[in-house]
Write a new protein. Structure first.
Length: 83
């Protein structure tokens, strides 16, 4: 049972500082006023669970996890209709 590699977007509460950026250096990080968005492409399920475990270990508040359409990577905003 192999998991397909996809892009994911993970939102956490608060703004990322340099130490948080270093902890998630394999991801694209964008900071918004009330939250930080982590994006990764080609993540299998094991990699995603590892990132979620790191978020929990650092005491960060997870807001949302979602799969990006079409396995899109950094900068992909879901341009395809996906029907």
């Amino acid at each position: 049972m192999a998991a397909a590699a996809d892009g994911f977007e993970i939102r956490i509460k608060g703004r990322a500082g340099e130490s948080l950026r270093a902890a998630f250096s394999e991801l694209t990080i964008s900071v918004h006023p009330a939250e930080t968005v982590l994006r990764g492409s080609s993540l299998d399920q094991a990699a995603l669970y590892g990132i979620l475990d790191r978020i929990q270990s650092l005491g960060l508040e997870l807001v949302e996890v979602r799969r990006l359409p079409g396995g899109g990577g950094p900068g992909t905003e879901g341009g395809a209709d996906g029907a």
